[in-house]
Write a protein that binds this ligand. Sequence first.
Ligand code: FES
Length: 109
Amino acid sequence: MMIELCDSADIGEGEIIRVDVPGCPAIAIARHEGALYVFPDRCPHADESLSEGWLEDGRVVCGVHFAEFELGSGAVHNPPVGCPNLSFFKCEDRDGKVFATLTGGPEHV
Ligand code: FES
């Protein structure tokens, strides 16, 4: 089931925002080249917030140990030891609102 997260206008190009959904771990939403990406606001390396990081060259950069995750595939670059890929939730922009499927865990888009 898709859950409404926020207005899509809340996320500017090149930004990452954090959204708190009752009953779910914090969610991050990023916009790159117009497309939206929804993923856990938790770096798979050491659980730090990815919305505190930034976007660069189509990647989410974690500001703590600088792992870089490709938007979409989640493939990790520059990984600290033991850092896996990032997973994404299925999402869509529906009439100006961002919806994502948060149940069942992150899925690759
Ligand atoms: S917590 Fe993100 S790279 Fe270490």
